[in-house]
Design a protein around this ligand. Structure first.
Ligand code: B12
Ligand code: SF4
Length: 503
């Protein structure tokens, strides 16, 4: 059996001037490295945005270079990436963010040119959705779904010194004649998440992430001690919003049924939290579940078991409001579920984000899978109840859906301002940014809101990304900027502005 070594590379980050840069550090690599560890295959995670102990971060992280696109590149040099890659038999490059595609393709290009015989593979929603471009850049395999099982299968084939990947499911691969083979129609999706490997969090450059101090979200202030990590207690979600990458992932799709809500046992969650606390030394844990309350009874049971654990927990992706309210005596009317809210506080939740998305019922119904809307509960009461239990509350809004009128956008901004009065800590406003792999992206291509040759470099949630919309791009951007400026406190705005890249 051939001894093989696999590199999992986060490419340098690219961002437009005056926007924030945050290292990736998401959970794909801890899971994939965990899967490889479980079959005794050596892997190493290198984040080219922040480097490793042999890289002096001051030489590159705060001294960025400008790319031909005008974007700013944050990360180590190409030569350093090639030096790291030279030590491995295969290199994986994640592509979960369409906005980072150019950096992924660039890394693939330089690595394939220098090391044509090394196996190059990618995965993540963007890689799956843009596979032909990825193959042209030099990739040999694109993983089309959750990949813990498939990466083990690929590694085992490499150990046999073979490059025949025809038996591996949930991948596209280039065969020996250069033909692209689609194996996405078979392969296993794990329904029992206890079968997932324990994520190898220790392979992430955690100390560097903590020093840079740009966590997933929230209120961390400069100078505050940060020792954060991410985890997931479940995958999938009962909803199917038009802008979500799992909205159409059902049996028979290229990714398979990964949209289906699946969860880990309570014991497994406790095991992971214990590792994060005792081995990784984390103090703050971002819960990255798509829908932690996907099954409310299970969530309550789990939360009760982790009371007193001693970690600060955060859910910044947003907890759907339907899970934080309960039926009242008035038919159809919901009131805050104080028992659940109190439990969240007791367990250690310090921060919760409410994904209101829009104040407009038509928009919620058409684009946001008809999630709980404002005609069925009092949002001010909900915010006040969460604040009563001393949790930080943020909100997310989306503005500029393809058919959204000026009146509807203004309604949301007016609503956001009103919510401020209930003690909200921050309000984020995202201009609709349809990314490949989502239903709204397909809609926008079909209805000419995006050109066929759209450029993912240009996707920005503070910029109008669509054409032929009810509200013109400049006006929409001005409304967003005004909403953010007027609905947030100075302290929050100053923190976010300090993460901006410029040179
Ligand atoms: C956490 C998170 C972030 C964090 C990540 C940092 C952190 N510390 O975790 C931060 C804050 C940086 C972030 C930012 C953004 N995010 Co985000 N984020 C997520 C989130 C919620 C979880 C990611 C994660 O850890 N998933 C768990 C892992 C296990 O799943 P996975 O990444 O899919 O990986 C599996 C497979 O895809 C595959 N795979 C993935 N990579 C690779 C690589 C190889 C080599 C192989 C073999 C396989 C493979 O195998 C993995 C294991 O099964 C996802 C939604 C989600 N549920 O995934 C959105 C998501 C990735 N984000 C999204 C978006 C849009 C954004 C933002 C634009 C939001 C914004 N308005 O700013 C920015 C863009 C950032 C940028 N740099 O450009 C979209 C991306 C869609 C797209 N096509 O671009 C997603 C998919 C959400 C959605 N529903 O649409 N995000
Ligand atoms: S609620 Fe969140 S995770 Fe669920 S489909 Fe909508 S965007 Fe995706």
């Amino acid at each position: 059996m051939k001894k093989i070594k696999i590199l999992l590379l986060y490419p340098p980050e690219q961002s437009w001037p005056k926007t924030m840069v945050k290292p990736n550090g998401s959970l794909a690599y801890p899971y994939l490295a965990g899967a490889l560890r479980d079959i005794n295959v050596e892997s190493y995670v290198y984040d080219a945005c922040v480097g490793n102990d042999n890289d002096n971060i001051d030489n590159f992280f705060y001294k960025n270079s400008t790319l031909p696109s005008g974007m700013i590149r944050t990360g180590v040099s190409d030569d350093r990436i090639l030096e790291i890659a030279s030590n491995y038999d295969a290199i994986g490059i994640t592509s979960i963010f369409s906005q980072q595609e150019t950096q992924v393709l660039h890394c693939a290009n330089i690595i394939k040119k220098k090391f044509p015989n090394k196996l190059l593979f990618s995965g993540g929603v963007n890689a799956k959705s843009r596979s032909s471009i990825f193959f042209s850049a030099g990739f040999d395999i694109i993983f089309t779904s959750e990949s813990e099982t498939s990466i083990q299968q690929v590694a085992k084939i490499m150990q046999k010194n073979s490059n025949d990947f025809s038996s591996v499911g949930k991948i596209y691969f280039k065969n020996k004649d250069g033909k692209i083979i689609d194996n996405s129609h078979f392969g296993e999706i794990l329904m029992n998440l206890d079968k997932l490997p324990i994520p190898a969090w220790e392979l992430l450059p955690n100390e560097r992430y903590w020093k840079i101090g740009r966590p997933h979200g929230g209120k961390a202030k400069r100078g505050e001690e940060l020792r954060y990590a991410s985890m997931m207690t479940s995958r999938g979600c009962p909803f199917s919003c038009s802008y979500c990458h799992i909205a159409e992932e059902v049996e028979g799709s290229k990714s398979g049924a990964i949209g289906k809500f699946r969860f880990k046992s309570d014991d497994r969650v406790i095991e992971e939290l214990t590792i994060l606390k005792n081995k990784i030394g984390a103090k703050q844990v971002f819960i990255e579940d798509d829908s932690i309350f996907g099954m409310k009874r299970r969530a309550i049971r789990l939360l009760k078991r982790i009371v007193g654990f001693g970690l600060d927990l955060m859910d910044v992706n947003g907890i759907n409001m339907i899970h934080l309210v309960k039926k009242s005596k008035k038919t159809g009317w919901m009131i805050p579920d104080e028992e659940v809210i109190e439990l969240l506080a007791e367990v250690g939740f310090k921060e919760i984000v409410l994904p209101f998305e829009s104040a407009n019922l038509r928009i919620i119904k058409k684009w946001c899978s008809n999630k709980l809307a404002l005609d069925r509960f009092d949002p001010g009461e909900l915010i006040k109840t969460i604040k009563k239990h001393k949790m930080y509350v943020g909100t997310n809004y989306m503005l500029g859906f393809p058919d959204e009128t000026r009146k509807e956008v203004e309604e949301t901004v007016k609503f956001a301002k009103k919510m401020q009065g209930y003690g909200l800590d921050h309000s984020n406003f995202y201009l609709v940014m349809p990314v490949p792999g989502t239903p709204i992206f397909d809609y926008c291509i079909k209805n000419k809101h995006l050109p066929m040759d759209y450029n993912p470099d240009r996707f920005q949630w503070t910029k109008a990304n669509l054409k032929n919309t009810e509200i013109g791009p400049q006006e929409l951007e001005a409304i967003r900027d005004y909403a953010w400026e007027t609905c947030n406190k100075k302290e929050f705005k100053d923190l976010r502005k300090s993460w901006i890249v410029d040179n």
